[in-house]
Design a protein around this ligand. Structure first.
Ligand code: KG4
Ligand code: ZN
Length: 364
């Protein structure tokens, strides 16, 4: 059976995994750089790249040891080559190239978004086609997944990505870093109806998103007199996001049905898919529309290398391997035919300090 080693270094997680073609995960190690970035309240690209350099070798050794597989038994080396922070991508990709050369094995340059998109095939063996809602720190988009390398984007955010909005509002509320999980914990103790917030794009045709106005409204509410409870504002924000996602998903399912009358599954992926309120809401929406919601376990929704190794296995099976001079790419759309997203940038208030995740840094 084939085995592929996967490397993920596109943002602030250094991750290495070994996965077999039958879907068994022999090793899946993730080292989050939380302590390095916490003082800045966001990911600092240069610090991330340096931390990948420092941690990757050791993690590789531990992953191979955990997998209990001699290096010579690996059939290919896969690494995320984009989209993401270019310094980190180069660290992972160059390491993968060195391994591929030394072991005389094929190299597979994986699109990070494709790794998220295919992870449900690793965890659930889901057949193509399906409708994917990618909810992450750098992206928020609906894609019809027709096959490996075959994507059709139906909608995307016109400003912030959903995870970015979670992180910024969490920072504003002083909930700590990383923001998404902290906001979810705070929201559990809050009353979602206490602070009314807008739901941008609700009821509009199509399935694009906008989160800048919601983020601005949350910022205004936070500084209002008297100040609302942080937990209520967190709950209100999370409820607004869930409403927006549900509304957009209904339209996306209708659009997808035009191409795929037999569509059966709505799939979530990306870090925000770990959020329980979001999952419950989209589960209800999918059922209402006659679909089943399928979501990988939380640890495989957030960034990891098992999904990269799996995307490598899928591509290897189709003979889709890459030359050793393949470049890292900061931007790399899944659906090259989709028009570039009209990122408004600068809409809404800026909630971040000088050191922040670059705006729309992983948008494709
Ligand atoms: O997919 P991911 O790990 O990295 C990217 O590819 O961007 O997603 C990270 C994003 C961050 O914005 C993080 O705050 C958010 O996912 N996130 C969450 C939760 N867990 C992670 N957002 C809301 N609720 C969560 N439980
Ligand atoms: Zn990701």
């Amino acid at each position: 059976m084939r085995h592929v080693l996967g490397i993920e270094t596109s943002c602030d997680e250094t991750a290495v995994a070994v996965v077999a073609a039958d879907g068994s995960i022999l090793a899946n190690l993730v080292l989050s750089q939380l302590d390095e970035h916490r003082p800045y309240g966001g990911v600092v690209p240069e610090i991330a790249a340096r931390a990948h350099v420092e941690h990757l070798d050791g993690l590789l050794g531990r992953a191979v040891e955990t997998a209990g597989l001699p290096l010579g038994r690996l059939d290919a080396i896969a690494a995320t080559a984009g989209p993401g922070l270019i310094g980190g991508l180069m660290v992972g990709l160059v390491t993968a190239k060195a391994l591929a050369l030394a072991l005389d094995r094929p190299l597979i340059a994986v699109n990070h978004l494709e790794a998220h998109a295919l992870s449900v095939r690793l965890t659930h063996g889901l057949p193509f086609p399906y409708l994917l809602l990618l909810l992450s720190g750098g992206h928020c988009q609906f894609q019809i997944v027709e096959g490996v390398g075959r994507y059709r984007r139906l909608g995307t955010t016109i400003d912030d990505a959903v995870g970015e909005a979670f992180d910024k509002v969490a920072k504003l509320l002083g909930l700590g870093y990383p923001g998404g999980p902290a906001l979810e914990r705070a929201a559990a103790a809050g009353d979602a109806r206490a602070v009314p917030l807008p739901r941008p794009m609700l009821g509009r045709p199509g399935c694009d998103f906008s989160f800048a106005g919601l983020k601005t409204a949350a910022a205004r509410a936070a500084t209002a007199e008297p100040a609302p409870n942080a937990v209520d504002l967190a709950a209100g924000f999370q409820a607004a996001v869930a409403d927006i996602l549900a509304d957009r998903a209904k339209n996306a399912i209708k659009l997808a049905h035009v191409r795929l009358p037999d569509l059966k599954h709505l799939v979530l992926a990306g870090g925000v898919a770990a959020n329980q309120t979001v999952r419950r809401r989209l589960d209800a929406t999918a059922r209402e529309c006659g679909l089943e919601l399928v979501v990988p376990p939380a640890a495989l929704c957030t960034d990891n290398a098992a999904m990269v190794a799996w995307a490598g296995l899928e591509r290897l099976a189709l003979g889709l391997v890459d030359p050793l001079d393949v470049p890292a790419r900061a931007r790399w759309p899944l659906d090259p035919k989709a028009a570039p997203a009209p990122f408004a940038g600068g809409q809404g208030v800026s909630l971040a300090g000088p050191h922040r995740r670059p705006h729309n840094w992983r948008q494709a």
